[in-house]
Design a protein around this ligand. Structure first.
Ligand code: ATP
Ligand code: MG
Length: 340
């Protein structure tokens, strides 16, 4: 169909900023939720350290990257020195056994996933928790996201609202071929890096002050973000303007055929230079989001022919609502009904 190019932003868009800001406030996790998380982490630490006294427990994902809401799970990474012959699957099975003995509920080892984990679902607190072993890339990218979030609050506002939208519209489900929360946060960072004037810098393009070497790959960037508080002072765009522009970018301006978004470069790069132009195995590269540290990893790999259509239709729907609707905050977050 015909796409609406270069629509003028509606003149009254800023009227929706207060509503969006109060939505953002309401999505922040409650003190009660945070206390439950701390409690779960404490009992996990006790249980693990009995069996593996030298293990280190790192939090990653949204309980540590500041993008978590009241529904977010707890993601934990155990750093354990393993003998070379002991594989991760065996370790996870032993961990599951230990946790069952210590009365954790619904303990399940999932050893066949790309990142093998032990899952716990605690019906008492309503929390679920994923535990992986020695996945230090996740620890590094969690810190990167957290550091970006400290530079300008508009990143947290935009990402919370986009994640909320994606959950309600049914496009935040990797097992169904749509995108992870992590992918949406990277899309928000990349978008703010490309505003004129810029709202976020590209931390990986600056002099590194933080380095973590993971499996021979150097994860390095400038992490003294308190020095960057004035970085974004020139750009005065409000959250309503940014949300409008975010959805318009993904609906009408992103070049799906040729471009990869790259937080690492602070810009888009070409599929050609990454060799992401043809399908290899199950990687179709229909929407390309480069992982900042595991650069051969496309977070859009889960998207297929059918779900790319669903995603693009959802971006267009959101853009159109923000442009024309009298009360966009209602229509935008209307839950998608799978039955109809
Ligand atoms: P939510 O609030 O929905 O739980 P989250 O930030 O925890 O959001 P997840 O998608 O659950 O996001 O991912 C948790 C963490 O796992 C991410 O922050 C990231 O560190 C890591 N991660 C998730 N998916 C990938 C992936 N495809 N590649 C690399 N790391 C990933
Ligand atoms: Mg999570």
């Amino acid at each position: 169909g015909t796409r609406r190019w270069r629509v003028e932003r509606r003149h009254d868009i800023d009227a929706f900023t207060p509503g969006l800001l109060s939505l953002y406030e309401s999505l922040n996790p409650s003190e009660e939720h945070k206390a439950k998380q701390r409690q779960l982490i404490e009992s996990l630490t006790n249980s693990v350290s009995k069996e593996w006294p030298n293990a280190q427990l790192h939090l990653y994902g949204s309980c540590a990257n500041s993008f978590g809401n009241s529904h977010s799970d707890v993601d934990v990474c155990l750093q354990i020195d393993t003998a070379a012959e002991e594989n991760i699957a065996e370790l996870l099975l032993a961990l599951a056994e230990t946790l069952r003995k210590d009365d954790f509920d619904n303990v399940e080892a999932i050893t066949s996933a790309r990142v093998p984990i032990v899952k716990i679902a605690d019906p008492g607190s309503g929390l679920s928790c994923d535990i992986c072993v020695n996945n230090l890339f996740a620890v590094a990218n969690t810190k990167l996201l957290k550091d970006y979030a400290q530079i300008d609050e508009r990143l947290l506002q935009l990402a919370f609202i986009v994640k909320h939208w994606a959950k309600l519209r049914g496009v935040n489900e990797t097992y169904r071929g749509t995108l992870s929360s992590y992918a949406y946060v990277l899309m928000c960072i990349s978008f703010l890096q490309q505003r004129e004037p810029k709202i976020l810098p590209c931390l990986q393009a600056m002099e590194p002050t933080y380095t973590l070497v993971v499996d021979g790959t150097e994860c390095a960037y400038f992490d003294q973000v308190d020095q960057l508080k004035d970085f974004c002072a020139e750009n005065k765009e409000s959250i309503a303007e940014l949300l409008w522009a975010f959805f318009h970018y993904w609906a009408f301006h992103h070049d799906y055929r040729n471009d990869v978004i790259s937080v690492r470069m602070g810009n888009t790069i070409s599929k050609q230079e990454k060799n992401w132009t043809t399908r290899v195995g199950n990687d179709r590269h229909l929407i390309c989001i480069e992982d900042p540290f595991e650069t051969s990893h496309d977070l859009g790999r889960v998207v297929d022919r059918q779900t790319i259509r669903v995603l693009r239709e959802e971006f267009e729907r959101a853009a159109t609502i923000l442009q024309y609707d009298d009360d966009p905050c209602v229509a935008l977050f209307e839950p998608y009904d799978y039955e109809s």
